[in-house]
Design a protein around this ligand. Sequence first.
Ligand SMILES: [Zn+2]
Length: 146
Amino acid sequence: MPNDLGHNWRPKGSPRSPEVAMPSWPIAIGRGLRMQCPACGQAPIFQGYLKVNAECAACAAPLGRVPSDDAPPYITLLVSLHVIAVILVLADRNGHMSALTAVWIFVPLIIILELLLLRPVKGMVIAVLLKVDMLRKKQPMRPPNG
Ligand SMILES: [Zn+2]
């Protein structure tokens, strides 16, 4: 279909209409942090702990095509290790905590914090990427094997 200029092609970098109608930034990010579909807020993003549903069960937003990849673990580590560092410094202000005690206290604390933060952070990253319309290309339907 020809565009406004009568051409059939779209210049690289020109705006295009987003695939998914999205709410405002605060609403989309809030829904992502609550692990609900950022577009509608009616259905969960995940099936299981971190497996993303291919599509939203309520609005069919293509959640499975959002390339969140390594960003959620990176952000989770960045935030949680800074929090742990502050707690560690405050807990050992007088410098009498042994290294073994610190390991026994803070390694489980780090693991728990990572596991608690990873899902909401991944939901938030999916919300941001869906809001900026950054999606993987649709895969052509594969014929069933054998
Ligand atoms: Zn939805």
